[in-house]
Design a protein around this ligand. Structure first.
Ligand code: GLN
Length: 188
């Protein structure tokens, strides 16, 4: 790895500080994003979990909608961040998502997830998580919970319905930074 990758984190609402801490720990430089021009000169972008309706409203208010749509580098979306990227919102990710769809009793829970290509399970923290109900042909499933996708990739987009920023296991962020490094090589 050359210079530390600069990773923007959409910082209008939700878990942006937790993502910044993980990225810093992995040697990246986190940059809080609240204005469209802050998306320039970034190597990647994280859209954190939180409340998707609030995040979407603020994204529109701050004029960030088109800027995020036009951002051509890797994006990591977690929980509400995945909702923002879906067909119904920014329309970058070819998936259909049902919000808060894991039922009331089990609105929040943890589960061990089997991760494609890895021996050790990944601990998933689910908080009023969205459920992926349909995926397009370009979407690759990297982890499932009870046969339903919870970690997915579509080209330069990586999305999780859980919160990898809330555990000490950094493998989702590492995979994201690998995508970032690959893209930087292509550009160099
Ligand atoms: N339930 C939230 C929403 O619909 C997502 C929850 C989360 O990001 N932890 O926006």
């Amino acid at each position: 790895m050359g210079e530390a990758p600069r990773i923007g984190i959409l910082a209008v609402q939700g878990n942006f500080r937790e993502h910044a801490a993980v990225l810093r720990r992995l040697g990246a430089e986190p940059v809080e994003v609240r204005k469209p021009e802050q998306l320039e000169q970034l190597d990647g972008l994280v859209i954190p979990g939180g409340e998707s309706t609030a995040i979407m409203r603020l994204v529109r208010l701050y004029g960030l909608e088109d800027a995020i749509r036009g951002f051509a580098r890797p994006v990591l979306g977690t929980c509400a961040g995945m909702i923002l990227l879906d067909r119904e919102h920014l329309g970058l990710l070819d998936v259909e998502v049902a919000r808060n769809a894991y039922g009331r009793q089990v609105a929040s829970f943890e589960a061990d997830l089997e991760l494609a290509g890895e021996e050790w399970p990944l601990r998933g923290v689910f908080i009023r998580a969205p459920r992926v109900v349909e995926t397009g042909p370009e979407v690759e499933v990297l982890a499932e919970l009870d046969g339903e996708p919870v970690l997915l990739r579509q080209g330069r987009l990586l999305v999780a319905s859980f919160h990898p920023e809330l555990t000490d296991d950094t493998r989702v962020h590492e995979r994201f930074l690998e995508l970032v490094e690959e893209e930087r090589h292509v550009r160099a």
